[in-house]
Ligand binder design. Structure first.
Ligand code: NAD
Length: 349
């Protein structure tokens, strides 16, 4: 029998506790310590039967975990991950990989120089339905991708913004929420050559955007749009349609991404595939509809199992720091495009 991998958790807030559920129940892993300076951390760690540290550096030195999950606030991601790498400890780092591209470049080079792997927690890529959608696209089932329509329209309750930092510049839905959709669009449709964007804070009036419309030109030539709003009573978002997280009541029949190509189209998350029966048919012939299948599984569970394979040296990270850095660069390009009202090419790392 394989000995479970000893993993410590740095940052035991909302997301860290979700990771904890899997750390405690999967046979391949064992939670060995928690590092979090917050007032609730000690009691939580005691409930998990592991030691608690206010300082993760002390935890790394004393516990010597084989790997860590970092789920602390965004601004600490890179500095924490660099300290783990310096201690030789592989990292599963929550998204966003960092806040600035320069710090992400430093992280990428530290990971490459030392060979200590970093897996970034864009967990949706581990969802089997996403893997199946990507496979269908790669197999050419849709032909050449032409246009992609992505929707993220939700209603965050006003109380969400009672927490001060959520109202402050830089913490808006682009970096918090749309980054997930942008990462999936890159994963499914390839790299983005150029973006244009309009953002608005017209509903809530905070420093951050509450609505955004983004135009994307992919390197393949495909065109896309992403419409986002956190002030809309609407069912079209990954959260509400995918059923990935039960805290969001599911609207199972509604799509969040519509991918269209010269030979067919696909709705996500339903994986309904549309095509014509005969080559050369057009809009006056009936479209056929096929329900594509996949084996449903939990994305966070699969991400953690993949992390074990990465740490054991049996897999390369599905989302490396460099890869997640390109998603962050895309977010940054959208911000600039909206600010300067011009088309922007995302930086490469
Ligand atoms: N993958 C996803 O879908 C997803 C969802 C939610 C949050 N996240 C990410 O997870 C991270 C945490 O978000 P959250 O919603 O859990 O926030 P949170 O505020 O609930 O939790 C953050 C925790 O970090 C702790 N912390 C603060 N400083 C620390 C330090 N120096 N060392 C260790 N711990 C420290 C806090 O005490 C708190 O317990 C963020 O980066 C966020 O982007 C990812």
């Amino acid at each position: 029998m394989t000995v479970p991998l000893r993993i410590a958790l740095i940052g035991a807030g909302v997301m860290g506790r979700q990771h904890c559920q899997y750390l405690q129940h999967l046979a391949q892993v064992q939670l060995c310590a928690i590092a979090d300076p917050g007032p609730q951390a000690g009691e939580f760690a005691a409930g998990c039967n592991v030691p608690c540290f206010a300082d993760h550096r002390q935890m790394l030195a004393q516990v010597q975990p084989e790997a860590v999950i970092v789920a602390n606030p965004n601004a600490l991601h890179v500095s924490t991950a660099l300290e783990c790498i310096a201690a030789g400890v592989p990292v599963l780092l929550e998204k966003p990989v960092g806040v600035h591209l320069d710090e992400v470049r430093e992280l990428v080079s530290a990971s490459e120089r030392t060979g200590v792997p970093v897996l970034v927690g864009h967990h949706r890529r581990h969802n089997p339905l996403v893997a199946r959608a990507r496979e269908l696209i790669e197999q050419g089932t849709l032909g050449r991708l032409t246009t992609v329509t992505a929707l993220w329209q939700v209603q965050k309750p006003d109380s969400y913004y009672d927490i001060a930092w959520r109202r402050e510049a830089g913490a808006g839905m682009l970096l918090t929420n749309l980054i997930h959709d942008l990462d999936l669009l890159r994963h499914l449709c390839g790299e983005v050559r150029q973006v244009q964007a309009i953002t608005s804070n017209g509903v809530r009036g905070f420093a951050n955007e509450d609505c955004a419309v983004v135009l994307l030109q992919f390197e393949s030539g495909a065109l896309g749009s992403l419409t986002g709003s956190d002030a809309s009573a609407a069912p079209w978002s990954w959260e509400l349609t995918s059923g990935e997280n039960p805290v969001y009541p599911r609207q199972a029949d509604q799509p969040c991404y519509l991918l269209a190509g010269t030979r067919g189209a696909l709705s996500v998350p339903q994986l309904r595939h549309w095509h014509y029966a005969e080559p050369g048919a057009g809009w006056q012939q009936p479209l056929q509809q096929v329900q594509e299948g996949f084996d449903a599984d939990e994305a966070l569970r699969r991400q953690l199992l993949h992390f074990v394979e990465v740490v054991r040296g049996r897999a390369q990270p599905l989302v490396s720091a460099a890869d997640a850095g390109r998603t962050l660069a895309l977010v940054e390009a959208i911000r600039q495009a909206a600010e300067h009202r011009q088309a922007i090419t995302p930086e490469t790392l």
